[in-house]
Structures are given as structure tokens and as C-alpha cells.
Design a protein. Structure first.
Lengths: 340, 355
């Protein structure tokens, strides 16, 4: 049948195996782009007042005089043995830093995705149910305004306009005020694990605006997809069957019709969530959110090759895994689909 | 158009494609999407209530236990995302909650007939509510609260009612795992499980292939005798209607042109359109050459001709048919059987001698 748990395990294994060529491609492209674009960043890394000896040492340490394929070999060797290189400014290893910043971004993206699911999808249902009438237009205005707003403007308005109302001053939304043990590196989750209600509240307050900004900008995708697939589903006979059972409008729409409309929405949402992780760069810099997006920005502008490649690797993993999750959900939602 | 459905009787509706049969069927439980559809005038009186004057939010209370419906295409009429057992259970649950007064809606009249006696109800004990086997399954199996187990047992009963022999297996399947005939049985079981006082069957067999059609028709025929609910049976197939219905209504271009007992209409049609329609049935036994057919086609419903809508194709048409607005559906003098027979023709007495 292709729908049992063992089929699912095989499906996941296959998808994860696909990660290998994807990652190799991503690493090759990023490595050669960065190293060809700036063939010798040692002068920048060492600062304006560095002595020629320091720069020479830097070049020697990083093999910048070797041919590119050789440099790539050294990099790949380090990558596979867990040494993802060091940050040129502070000489800190890249991997632990990525591992601590990535969950922060994940927290932001998951919260934004949850908002898209619990606000965007019902709005799509409302729009489809009142197709062409006033509620439909209001919903369209809402999500189009989100789509049409440039990220930096929406973010700045929320950060400066609403931030102080929530008690976040200086536009710094990183939750550093409440010291709780960093176990998952997700501020809300850490505060909950530490059983610290005030820290939890504080973490949520800090999370809500950046997540809202991210969700508002992408809301249109969830709403629009839901609306259009609902419009395809609503004229079908099984919706009439559901009505003829005596079900009220709510159950007809949200149980019978939405369940089928979700199949397409889920696919799109999975892809969106994957790209949202890499799209948080601007949002994170505006809100000073200590996530991987902010790190990506710093790494790229600071000629931090190891950091840039590391970030890209994480983004690639997220996109592949998000797609995999949406495909799994697709199979759960649609009983006609087998996991292959 | 005007149509009276009597309790416990099966009324058939025939007509060509596009004459408004399905629209009629969908307009009774107000299933037509509004807008664009709009019922401009008229009354749909069901158990003393005019459904058209009922606020929209009260319609769900009428559906299911009041009016049930079977749709044309079983491929589309079951929700692909849920197991068929759960879909029937939903319908049973709604009825049970209404029977107990927990949710608003029409309560089915539980004038049940004891199915275990295995004898058919007599025509004299016509019941407005259908009868359904009261718990054929002796043991109530399954887990969960009593209500859930009761519902589960009833779901199995209804599946047995539509002659599904292994309901325990079928309840766990999804619609796409079933054949067209099976799906239509499930659909019939689902409609019946609400114990509706009126069942609308909108071309229930047209989308099935011929052998399955025969099976489903036989099943419906049997169920009609057992269940004794009022049925509006819509079909374009005169043979099917002749088999299934007690009364027959013939529709042309959105109008009911003739209504009466099936036997009498087949014997002596009193509307030229009905007569032409009956002539177009091929004779099973001998080759009579080309079948007689009417020239022209059903007019566009938004540009109906003046006068009688049938006059451009009618061999009996004369001046009065072209100008005088549509003839009313008038009762005819009693026929041989003395049953009510109506025709919407200016000259019904000329139809028997129609060329």
C-alpha cells in the first residue's frame, strides 16, 4: 500500500540520502564563489594596521597561495572532521556558533509559521466562503498589504512603533535580560524548561513582534493558497453531501472542505517555511534577533568564508527537511498518496 | 412548476439534459449556491414549513433527518479524506443528537418497522419516516463511550441494509479504495442513515456502468419497498423511472408539463412532449427502422420562447400556443384508473391522435 510506518521510514531515509548530493553541490558553489570573488581576504581580516608579517602568516595558515582545488580539499577535509573553520575576527569556531544561533531562527520561523497556519488559513477559508463579497475583499486587502510592504519598513515600524509598548527598548529583541540555562537555544523553550514564568513571559514578549513581522509578510501565501484551493473544493459534490447530512456551515467548511484544501496549502507552506529561514536576514538585523540570519549578514559582509559556507549548509538542510516534512504531511492528509 | 410529493410514494422526474431536473432537486434543500442562483418566487413547503422563508442558518436542521439526497456521481460525492465508516457515522451521530434534542433540527419520526420480521410493510401502513432495522447486530462491539459504540453498530447495520456483506472491513476503507457501485451503496446508506422523510435521488445510477446500474437499481427498488420514505427520483432514463416510480413528472425547459401515475402516463400520455419522448424508446424485440425523433432541441432556459415553451417543436402547435402564456398544469378528466393526472397542454384531448 505504501502507507505503513515502515514505508514512512524508507521514505525519510531516501529523502535524507538526497541531502548528500544537495549539500555537496551547495558547498562547491559557495566555496568557489567566495574564494574566486575575494581571492585573498587576509588584508581585510587582519585589519588596516596589520603588519605584512601578520598578513603573510594569515595567508600561510589559510593556504590562500595554493590552487583553489587544493584549498577546497583542505576545507572539505575539515568540514567532514567537524572543523568548520574559524571566524576571522575573533577566531571562534564556526560550528558551535551556528548550532547556537540556528535554534533562535528556528524559533522565530516556527512561531511565524504557526501564525500563518492559525490566522492565514482561516482567513483563506473566510475569503473563499464569502467569495466576491465584502469579507473576501477585506481579507485580500489584509494579505496584499503584507505582501506589498517592504520587509524593512514593516519591521522598522513594528520594532520602533510597537516595541516600546511591549517594553522592548532600543529595538533590541534578543532576550538577554533573563538569564536561564541555554539548553535548546530557543528563548521561550529554555525559559519554560527552567520553569521560570517571568523569563517565559519576557521571552514571548521579545519573540512576538519579529515573528509577527515575518508572518505578516508571508501571510498572503497561506491565505491565497487556502482560498484558491477552497474555491476548487467547494463546488464538489462531497461538500454538498456534507451539507445534506445536516452539518452546519462551520463543519462543512472547516472539516470537510478545508481538510481537502489543506493538501495543497501544506505543500506550499512547507516550501515557504524552508525559504523563510534564509529570508530572516533582514528581519533579524532589524530586530537584532541573535539568529542565523543575523549571523549570515555578518559573515557575508565580514568576508567570513567559513561562516558563509556554514550558514548556506544550514539553509540547504532546512529547505530539504522542510520539503520532506511537507511531503510527509501531504501523505497523512491525502489517503490516496503513498510515501515513495 | 408545481409538484406535490406524497408521503411514502416515489415520484419520478424525467426530462432531457438541461431541462432543469437537477436544479429542481437541488433547489428543494436549497443547495444551489446563492449567489449566483436565486429562487425568485414560489414556495417549497416541507412538513408545513416554507423552506424559502426559513433563514439560511436553519436549513442544516432540515437536511439529513428531514431531506436526504443521493448524488449523481459516486466518485465525487464521498469525501476522499475520510474513511467511509466515519462518514456514515457522522450522519448517524447528527440524527441521534437530534433525536435526543441535543442539537436543533427535525427529529426523524421513529415509526420504525421491525425489519427482523422479514416481511414487507403493507401499502396501508404508509409511514412518513422510514423504518430502519433496529439493531440487527446483536452484540455492540468496539470501544469508547456507549454513544460511539451505538453509532458504530448502526453504521454496520446500514451497510448491511445496502447489501454490503463485510461491513467490518468496508468501514475502514477510504472512498478511493472502493468501486463506483460500492461507493453509491455507501452514499445510499449515508442518506438513509439520517432517516429522512424525503429522499431526493438525483440520477443515482447515471454515472455507473450498465451492470452496476442494474445492481444498484435493484437494491434501490428493494429499499424503496422496505424503507417507505417519500422519494423524488430524478432520471433521464424512462425505463428506470418506469421501474422505480409510482408517479411520473415530465419536465421540459424548466416546466413540469405532465404529472400522473406512471402506468397511466405510459398508457396514454396527454402532452405532446411526453408522447414524443415515449416514442423514442427503442423496441427490444424488433427493428422498426429509424426511431422517431423531435426536431430541434431544448430551448435556452434564459431565452424561452413566448407562449407554450414547447410550441416550436410541437406537431399540434397552432396560433394560440404561440401567444397565450404558458398553459397551467391542469387536471384532466379522470382516466380509466381514476387517478390524478395533470397536463400542461392547451389540447390534451388531441394528444392520443397526434401524428
Amino acid at each position: 500500500m505504501g502507507r505503513s510506518w515502515s514505508d514512512l521510514a524508507v521514505f525519510i531515509a531516501k529523502r535524507l540520502a538526497q541531502l548528500v548530493p544537495v549539500l555537496l553541490g551547495v558547498v562547491i558553489i559557495t566555496f568557489f564563489f567566495t574564494h574566486i570573488a575575494v581571492s585573498n581576504p587576509c588584508a581585510i581580516w587582519s585589519g588596516p594596521k596589520a603588519s605584512p608579517a601578520t598578513i603573510d602568516a594569515c595567508i600561510r595558515n589559510n593556504h590562500f597561495n595554493d590552487p583553489l582545488p587544493v584549498q577546497f580539499y583542505y576545507y572539505l577535509e575539515g568540514l567532514l572532521s567537524g572543523n568548520w573553520g574559524v571566524d576571522p575576527l575573533f577566531h571562534l569556531p564556526v560550528l558551535p556558533y551556528l548550532l547556537s544561533t540556528f535554534p533562535e531562527t528556528l524559533e522565530l520561523v516556527l512561531t511565524a509559521t504557526a501564525m500563518m497556519i492559525f490566522v492565514g488559513i482561516p482567513l483563506g477559508v473566510v475569503a473563499a466562503a464569502s467569495n466576491g463579497r465584502i469579507a473576501d475583499h477585506l481579507v485580500r486587502i489584509f494579505y496584499l498589504s503584507g505582501w506589498a510592504t517592504p520587509t524593512y519598513i514593516a519591521g522598522v515600524i513594528l520594532a520602533i512603533g510597537l516595541g516600546p509598548l511591549l517594553g522592548v527598548t532600543g529595538g533590541d529583541f534578543s532576550t538577554t535580560s533573563a538569564p536561564v540555562p541555554q539548553i535548546t537555544h530557543m528563548s521561550v523553550l529554555d525559559a519554560i524548561i527552567a520553569l521560570n514564568p517571568s523569563a517565559t513571559g519576557d521571552a514571548i514578549v521579545h519573540l512576538i513582534l519579529p515573528a509577527l513581522a515575518l508572518a505578516f509578510l508571508n501571510m498572503g501565501i497561506a491565505t491565497r493558497m487556502t482560498r484558491s484551493s477552497m474555491l476548487e473544493i467547494l463546488p464538489l459534490d462531497f461538500v454538498k453531501t456534507a451539507k445534506m447530512k445536516g452539518l452546519g456551515d462551520f463543519w462543512v467548511l472547516y472539516k470537510h472542505a478545508l481538510r481537502n484544501a489543506l493538501i495543497t496549502t501544506t505543500t506550499v507552506l512547507g516550501v515557504t517555511a524552508g525559504t523563510m529561514v534564509s529570508g530572516t536576514v533582514v528581519i533579524e538585523s532589524i530586530f537584532k534577533w541573535p539568529g542565523i540570519g543575523l549571523y549570515a549578514y555578518d559573515a557575508i559582509t565580514g568576508y567570513d568564508f567559513a561562516g558563509t559556507i556554514g550558514v548556506v549548509i544550514f539553509f540547504a538542510i532546512v529547505v530539504v527537511v522542510a520539503n520532506m516534512i511537507s511531503d510527509i504531511l501531504y501523505g497523512i492528509l491525502d489517503p490516496r498518496v503513498a510515501w515513495r | 412548476m408545481s409538484l406535490d410529493l406524497l408521503p411514502g410514494r416515489v415520484a419520478g422526474i424525467v426530462g432531457e439534459t438541461g431541462c432543469g431536473k437537477s436544479t429542481l432537486g437541488h433547489s428543494i434543500p436549497r443547495l444551489l449556491p446563492e449567489p449566483p442562483a436565486k429562487v425568485k418566487a414560489g414556495k417549497i413547503v416541507f412538513q408545513g414549513t416554507d423552506l424559502l422563508r426559513l433563514p439560511k442558518w436553519r436549513m442544516p436542521g432540515i437536511r439529513g433527518t428531514g431531506i436526504g439526497m443521493i448524488f449523481q456521481e459516486p466518485i465525487n460525492s464521498l469525501n476522499p479524506a475520510f474513511r467511509v465508516g466515519d462518514q456514515i457515522a457522522e450522519s448517524v451521530r447528527i440524527r441521534k443528537l437530534r433525536e435526543r434534542g441535543l442539537i436543533p433540527g427535525i427529529k426523524p419520526e421513529v415509526k420504525g418497522y421491525d425489519y427482523s420480521k422479514r416481511e414487507l410493510p403493507k401499502a396501508s401502513d404508509v409511514v412518513t419516516g422510514p423504518f430502519i432495522p433496529p439493531n440487527v447486530s446483536q452484540t455492540i462491539k468496539g470501544r469508547g463511550p456507549p454513544m460511539t459504540r451505538e453509532i458504530h453498530a448502526e453504521v454496520l447495520d446500514f451497510l448491511r441494509l445496502v447489501r454490503i456483506n463485510d461491513p467490518e472491513r468496508i468501514v475502514n476503507l477510504f472512498p478511493h479504495e472502493l468501486s463506483g457501485g460500492m461507493r453509491q451503496r455507501i452514499m445510499i446508506a449515508m442518506a438513509l442513515s439520517g432517516k429522512p422523510a424525503l429522499l431526493i435521488a438525483d440520477e443515482p445510477t447515471s454515472a455507473l456502468d450498465v451492470t452496476i446500474q442494474a445492481q444498484v437499481l435493484t437494491l434501490m427498488k428493494e429499499l424503496m419497498e422496505e424503507v417507505r420514505t417519500s422519494i423524488l427520483f430524478i432520471s433521464h432514463d424512462l425505463g428506470v423511472i418506469a421501474e422505480m416510480a409510482d408517479d411520473l413528472g415530465v419536465m421540459y425547459a424548466g416546466h413540469l408539463v405532465e404529472f400522473g401515475p406512471v402506468g397511466e402516463i405510459f398508457e396514454s400520455p396527454r402532452h405532446p412532449y411526453t408522447k414524443a419522448l415515449l416514442r423514442s424508446i427503442p423496441n427490444k424485440y424488433k427493428d422498426e427502422g429509424a426511431l422517431p425523433s423531435l426536431s430541434g432541441s431544448v430551448p435556452n432556459l434564459s431565452h424561452l420562447p413566448d407562449g407554450c415553451t414547447f410550441h416550436p417543436r410541437c406537431p399540434l402547435a397552432r396560433d394560440v400556443c404561440k401567444h397565450k402564456p404558458e398553459p397551467p398544469l391542469a387536471p384532466l378528466p379522470p382516466g380509466p384508473q381514476g387517478l390524478l393526472h395533470k397536463s400542461a397542454c392547451f389540447f390534451p384531448e388531441e394528444v392520443p391522435t397526434m401524428p
